[in-house]
Ligand binder design. Sequence first.
Ligand SMILES: NC(=O)c1ccc[n+]([C@@H]2O[C@H](COP(=O)([O-])OP(=O)(O)OC[C@H]3O[C@@H](n4cnc5c(N)ncnc54)[C@H](OP(=O)(O)O)[C@@H]3O)[C@@H](O)[C@H]2O)c1
Length: 345
Amino acid sequence: MRKIFSLILVFLLAFPITACGQNRAGETGTAGGIETIPATDTIEAVQETGTAPDDTGSEPVAEEETIAKAEFDFERRTVMLNSGYEMPVNGLGTYSLHGDECINAVKSALLNGVRLIDTASAYGNEEEIGQAVRKAINEGIIQREDIFVATKIYPGSEMENPVQSIQACLDRLDIGYVDLMLLHHPDPNDVEAYKAMEQFVEEGKIRSIGLPDWYVEELTEFLPQVDTVPAVVQNEIHPYYQESDVIPFIQDLGIVVQGWYPLGGRGHTGDLLGDSVITEIAVAHGVSSAQVILRWNLQKGVVVIPGSSNPDHIRKNTEVYHFSLTEDEMARIGALDRGEKHDWY
Ligand SMILES: NC(=O)c1ccc[n+]([C@@H]2O[C@H](COP(=O)([O-])OP(=O)(O)OC[C@H]3O[C@@H](n4cnc5c(N)ncnc54)[C@H](OP(=O)(O)O)[C@@H]3O)[C@@H](O)[C@H]2O)c1
């Protein structure tokens, strides 16, 4: 059976669907969908080979253990998740945005073609985001199926009562279903909270599930305890904190990596955007430092969700597909890694 699941998964990843978030790959108008590789099998496959199936120097991986690494589709600006849903690869982060500022930022993003919005219960702005999305739908700017909304439940009391907390996110957003629900950080109740998310997926109220701030050790311990491989892991990633060992580990599990604080995070952007290596590369391409950093992430297979309330920044953050960084430029940015984490989690 696992062989069949793997083959189906490989097939689906090779032939992206044509409407973002609209259809689950493999759906034929019936109840059919793909079945995911069990999480236990996935971590075992990576542990057995110790490396990615396409890494050089490794023994060929047995067919039934093959895990397809998700590739970005730069034409469609999307990636196919292991859940069978397509996710945009550049979005809008909404941490610290509230009220009209948040609503206007989402509106500006939608008008500029952004189709991925990242929020969280802890950000206290799910209602505003739901309001902005519903308004855009009512005004004919988007259809619900065009947009991919991600939210998170927080450790502590929310994860102690995951069913109520997840339902509360759905109620606050009020957009029918949530495209991606994540557990905000590891927590003593994270396995139970994850199982609650799996249940909501069964019920069709959530489409994909994920884990932010899970690294190699956390994933190795966590995955054997759950049935579904997360579709997304969201971690801090920027040129000063590159996670060069963690990113391939996650990607080799068939999980898409999303980077938070892509520009270093509020309060830290000055150093990064003013870095002489980044600015030199920016001048060479006639783009901004932010665009160089976002493009660097995308070329590493990392989804970006820069936060902004500035319409000009929001627009420019989408204009990262008309140029590409050379191998040498990627390596120069790679050499900037300082292991400098800008937040504790
Ligand atoms: N899972 C987690 O634990 C976690 C943790 C932190 C964050 N996140 C998510 O990741 C998202 C991104 O993080 P973040 O917003 O804190 O940090 P960020 O994206 O690294 O940086 C945001 C800062 O960059 C500025 N900026 C954005 N675009 C710019 C551009 N083109 N040129 C110059 N400056 C620009 C913004 O200012 P303006 O508003 O003036 O543009 C803002 O001050 C968050 O919004 C949140 O959704 C997740």
